[in-house]
Ligand binder design. Sequence first.
Ligand code: 6LW
Length: 520
Amino acid sequence: MSFTNPIIPGFNPDPSIIRVDQDFFLVTSTFEYFPGIPIYHSRDLIQWKLIGHVLTRPSQIQINTPEPGGGVWAPTLRYHKGVFYVAAASFSRYRPQEDDRVWPLGFYVRTTNIWDDSTWSDPVYFDQVGFDQDLFWDDDGTVYISSTYRKLERTPNTKIKDFAVHICTVDLDTGHSTSEPKLIRESTSGVAEGSHIFKHGRYYYLFTAEGGTESGHCEWVSRSSHGPLGPWELGPNNPLWRNGAEDEVQNTGHVDLVEDTQGQWWAVLLGVRPVQRGDKWEESVLGRETFLVPLKWENDWPIIEGGKITLQMIGPGLYHHTTPVSWKDEFSSPQLQLGWYRKNTPLVTDYSLTEHVNHLRLYGGPYNLSVPACPTLFLRKQIYRFCTWETKLSFQPDTEYTEAGTVLWWNYFTYISLGIRKRGKSRILRLQQSGGSLVNNVLSSTSEVTLVIECGDQYRFGYRESTDPDVTWVGTVDNVAAVKSPPLGAAFTGMMLGLYAFGERQRCMTPADFAYAEFR
Ligand code: 6LW
């Protein structure tokens, strides 16, 4: 049967997967966003549903003033004797190699009930720094943690990053390591990361993502008949596939593996879908997404048939893929629906779904959208390349220092907001590109305003007052311009759309009421 990639579209990098009986669970990275680490569920590996998040409480994760691309990196999800584990690391800076002092300690959390996200424990921290923590239980019960950090010995040939995979045994109750860390994989590319260890048949396998997460990204495999400490023997078919700069799916790597109930093995990995315009490839605004590929074993080595990751793939099994074409939240439940994200861990409650029934009411906090702190901002991932985002806002600002509206969001350096403000006696609608141009339109009524962002090769911003027959378009922004305006931060995340309210250094006393938000 054929299936369509990506299996989880939009900003969903670094997938890690397990199967428990009939159920597959998959987690991805969230970086500076909260709640952290989405958990997706599937029965067929193709259709995935968001069922909750691993990090939902400030006692589990404090993401306060991260750089874009900081926050929670590459989780590993594992299941052992009735307990689910997620190991990860959280950064305040996005590029650890730029400042060796800020390498974070890794941590893990656990639960026995993956269906109820309030049951995940508080973190137990490891006593080792690094990122891309992997947990492996050997048959004798020994637990190994592998992670990536910069090699200790530096030689004249040392690469700038020198990210290498190290392993040690660990006491999970305390998080303390119980053996000296050992280097098990370094790469001539200078980057070996995203390690995952498995046992299959008589061998242990070590999968590593190499070359860095951008254009040189690929996946290597080694095996050992001794154990996780090695020695490891490199496979004959490395890298496992060769997606390159001309392919429809690029930057592929960071693999995790799962065996289905029929004994078929599958890899999940991250990749991007660049957009071809004329003879040029442009980066996808959707970010790094989750892809699926079947694996075969030959002479006790894994291989990918065809040697490429593509948008349409053939895999054994019974698959059917239906892409939902629309999504709408009418704010009719007293709890926020799954799939809304905050930037950073919110420290105060600044919204209500019950004060104004069937509305999301925001009390804008004192931070506008261009600061590293946590603004009153609710975000959804853009998962369709061509779609329209729409919301209806009622907001009667009583000072000139408050604003509420909708935003196209990459990070706090790069966003475009369309919001209502007070100017003199009138209300204006302001289109503002971070660090850039400004368009102000005077609104003619005090009624609700529909705010629209058309997403495609370009983003088009418009609004409609209740008396207007049509949308008035106020500006257009090129995709790439939106993503690339400096500084980029990290290419770790993806485009999001959101609702916001703020006061400048003082909270906003008048609420902003959003009647719905939709993609169509
Ligand atoms: C991930 C690591 C990586 O933890 O990107 O470039 C990080 N390397 O494997 C964030 O996805």
